[in-house]
Design a protein around this ligand. Structure first.
Ligand code: DGI
Ligand code: FE
Ligand code: FE
Length: 190
């Protein structure tokens, strides 16, 4: 596996300063959450570091990457850059960083929407992205505190917050976020 420093150098050279800082913050937060919940903290750190590696690329460039990956995504994801970057990150993760770990790739792939029946690493990356220290949206502190105490309650609060935010912007909302939220609620009832 490529060492952290060469990955960091690549990201520092290709991302804006703010996005780079967000990536490092997400890595540190993911590492902390992983230690708290007994999950592989090195994997969590790397996943956090690289999760937004294609976030600032043009949508056309990302659509090309997807073709190279021979991957298909749904129509909504294909046309929305904010959703597509989670799926195209795999291109750089494998080709540029030499990382082939399916658990890391899957955590990155679902870091924007969530999904049904998430693994601990998927949950940790999703939440780290939401609660890393520079996030200061209304309710961030509450989810940040909850993330160390009860990961599923924190995840539910994060999905709710994301859905409310997107409704406020009249955005199209990806169904995976609803599916992920329903799944967590279903588990609470069991
Ligand atoms: O990449 P980040 O900004 O760190 O965070 P992210 O990957 O969680 O989300 C990226 C952006 O995408 C954020 O502004 C919220 C937005 N987003 C998340 N889910 C959806 C979405 N946008 C649309 N249109 N639909 C969604 O379902
Ligand atoms: Fe992202
Ligand atoms: Fe992010």
């Amino acid at each position: 596996m490529t060492d952290y420093n060469s990955i960091k150098e690549y990201l520092r050279n290709t991302l804006s300063a703010n996005r780079y800082m967000h990536s490092e913050n997400t890595a540190i937060t993911a590492e902390r959450l992983a230690k708290n919940y007994g999950v592989d903290s090195q994997k969590a750190y790397i996943a956090g570091l690289i999760h937004d590696c294609t976030r600032e690329l043009e949508i056309g460039t990302q659509q090309e990457m997807l073709r190279s990956l021979r991957k298909q995504v749904d129509e909504l994801t294909y046309h929305i850059k904010e959703l597509l970057h989670a799926h195209t990150a795999e291109y750089l993760i494998v080709d540029q960083f030499g990382i082939n770990d399916e658990e890391i790739i899957s955590a990155v792939r679902f870091h924007t929407t969530g999904k049904e029946n998430m693994t601990m690493l998927e949950k940790i990356l999703f939440l780290s992205d939401v609660v890393e220290p520079s996030r200061n949206f209304p309710g961030a502190d509450y989810i940040r505190q909850l993330s160390m105490e009860n990961i599923d309650e924190a995840l539910l609060a994060a999905f709710d917050s994301s859905i409310r935010f997107l409704i406020g912007k009249r955005s199209l909302i990806h169904p995976n976020t609803f599916i992920a939220r329903n799944y967590i609620l279903g588990q609470f009832k069991e």
